[in-house]
Write a new protein. Structure first.
Length: 438
C-alpha cells in the first residue's frame, strides 16, 4: 500500500512537470521559429540556441547543489514561480516595445526579449534535476529504468504538443498571443504544484554540503568515487558536442523546406517517436547493462544523423527525425538509471547537475562555431555552381545542401565515436559498477 501511494504521488509529479516542460518548450520553440522568420539568419538561431545551452551549463552545478540542500518540492516551486515571472516580464516587453525595434536584431530590444525568455527556460531546468532525485525517492530501484522511460514518454508527448502548437501559434496567432498562452499555462502549473505532496521527511544532508552554494568539489568527488562514471559523463558531453550542429541548424533546415505551420506539424509527427521510445523503456527497461544499450543507440543515432538529409526528400527527412526521436529517450534514461543506481541519494542532485553542466556546455560550443561557419562559408559554397557540382553526387541539389553536409559529417563522427567507446576502460568500469550495485 505504501509503495502504491508513492507511485500515485510520482505520477502526479510527472504530470505537473510535464505541463511545466510543455509550456516552456512551447514558448522556446516559438521564440526560435519567430526569430528565424523575422531575421532569416542561421547565425541568430545559432546564438539563441547556443546561449540557452551555455546558461544551462553555467547554472547546472549550482542547481544541483540547491536540489541536494533543500526539499525537492520547494525547489520545484521556486523554479516554477521564477519561470512564470520571467515569462510575464517577457510578455510585457513584447507588448510595449515597437514591433520594428523588436524584430531588428541589430538593436538591443530583440536580444533583451530573447534573454528574458531564455533565463526563464533555463531556471525551469532546475525542476528536471530535482525530478531525477524524486525518481530515486519514490520508485523502487528495480523499476527506475521503467520510471525514467515513463518520464521520457511524457516528455515526448510534450514535444509533440509544443512543436505542433508552437508552429501553428506563431503562424496564426503571432508571438504576442503565444506569450499570453505561455504565461497562463505556467501560472496554472505553478498553482497546481502547491497541492502535490512529496513525502520527504527532511533533507538528506550530506555533511560536505554545509554552507556551500555551489559545491564543485563535492560534485567532482561524488562522480570520481564511482569508477568510470566521470568517463561516462564526458562521453555524454561529447555526444552533445556533436549534437550542437543539429541544434543550430535543424530549424533553419526545416523552415527552408516547409512553412512554419507545416514545420511545427512535422516536428510533432516526429515527436511521436519520442513517446514510443519512452514507452518501450517503461515497458521493457534498459536491460542488464544500460551503458551497452546506450552505446548501440548512439551508433544508430549517428548513422541516422548522417543520412536523413542526404537528399532533399521530405519523406527521408521526416522518417529520419522520427527514428532519431525514438532513440533519444533511451540515451537519457540510460544515464539517469546508472546515476540513480550507483550514486548515494544525498549526492544525486549534484551529480545530475554536474552531468547537465557537462552536456549543456558542449552543445553551445558547436552551435557558436557551426552557425557562422555554415552561414558564411559552407552554405554559400555548396549553393555556388562549383560547390553544387562537387557535392551533387553525394548530396544532390537543393537549397539545404550546405546544412546537409554539416549533418553528414557530424553523424559520421558520432557513429564512429560510439563504436570506439566499447573499447575504453570507462565502458568496462561503469558496467562493472552497475552490475555490483544493489
Amino acid at each position: 500500500m505504501i509503495l502504491m501511494n508513492k507511485m500515485i504521488k510520482f505520477y502526479h509529479i510527472v504530470a505537473n512537470t510535464a505541463v511545466a516542460n510543455i509550456t516552456t518548450s512551447y514558448l522556446w520553440f516559438a521564440l526560435v521559429f519567430w526569430a528565424y522568420l523575422e531575421t532569416k539568419s542561421v547565425l541568430v538561431t545559432g546564438i539563441i540556441g547556443g546561449a540557452y545551452m551555455l546558461l544551462v551549463a553555467l547554472c547546472s552545478m549550482w542547481f544541483g547543489t540547491i536540489v541536494d540542500h533543500h526539499k525537492k518540492k520547494n525547489v520545484m516551486l521556486f523554479a516554477a514561480t521564477f519561470t512564470m515571472v520571467t515569462f510575464i516580464v517577457g510578455a510585457l516587453v513584447y507588448a510595449f516595445v515597437p514591433h520594428e525595434h523588436m524584430v531588428n536584431f541589430s538593436l538591443p530590444w530583440f536580444w533583451v526579449f530573447a534573454a528574458i525568455i531564455l533565463v526563464g527556460a533555463v531556471v525551469e531546468n532546475m525542476r528536471n534535476i530535482a525530478m531525477g532525485t524524486v525518481v530515486t525517492l519514490l520508485v523502487d530501484k528495480d523499476r527506475r529504468a521503467n520510471a525514467n522511460g515513463l518520464v521520457g514518454a511524457v516528455g515526448g508527448i510534450g514535444f509533440i504538443v509544443t512543436s505542433v502548437f508552437s508552429g501553428l501559434s506563431v503562424g496564426f496567432l503571432g508571438m504576442g498571443w503565444t506569450l499570453v498562452v505561455a504565461c497562463v499555462l505556467t501560472a496554472i502549473a505553478c498553482g497546481h504544484l502547491w497541492f502535490i505532496d512529496i513525502p520527504e521527511k527532511g533533507v538528506a544532508h550530506d555533511p560536505e554540503l554545509a554552507n556551500k552554494k555551489v559545491d564543485i568539489k563535492g560534485s567532482l568527488a561524488a562522480v570520481r568515487i564511482i569508477p568510470g562514471l566521470l568517463g561516462l559523463l564526458f562521453f555524454s558531453m561529447y555526444n552533445n558536442f556533436i549534437g550542437g550542429s543539429y541544434m543550430a541548424l535543424l530549424d533553419p533546415y526545416g523552415l527552408t523546406m516547409f512553412s512554419v505551420q507545416m514545420w511545427g506539424i512535422i516536428f510533432g509527427v516526429a515527436g511521436t517517436g519520442f513517446v514510443i521510445g519512452g514507452l518501450l523503456i517503461a515497458k521493457f527497461g534498459m536491460g542488464k547493462n544500460p551503458i551497452r544499450t546506450m552505446l548501440f543507440a548512439i551508433i544508430f543515432m549517428g548513422i541516422l544523423g548522417a543520412t536523413f538529409t542526404i537528399r532533399e526528400w521530405p519523406i527521408l527527412f521526416i522518417t529520419g527525425m522520427w527514428l532519431y526521436m525514438v532513440i533519444t529517450p533511451l540515451i537519457e534514461a540510460a544515464e539517469q538509471t546508472i546515476i540513480q543506481r550507483v550514486v548515494p541519494y544525498e549526492k544525486q542532485g549534484r551529480v545530475f547537475g554536474f552531468a547537465q553542466a557537462l552536456e549543456s556546455a558542449a552543445a553551445p560550443v558547436t552551435a557558436f562555431l557551426v552557425a557562422p561557419i555554415a552561414e558564411f562559408w559552407v552554405i554559400p559554397y555548396v549553393q555556388s555552381e562549383a560547390g553544387a557540382s562537387q557535392f551533387e553526387w553525394l548530396l544532390g541539389r537543393g537549397d539545404t545542401r550546405g546544412i546537409a553536409l554539416v549533418f553528414l559529417i557530424s553523424g559520421a563522427v558520432l557513429a564512429l565515436s560510439g563504436a570506439l567507446a566499447f573499447t575504453t576502460k570507462t565502458y568496462r568500469h561503469i558496467s562493472a559498477a552497475y552490475s555490483k550495485s544493489v
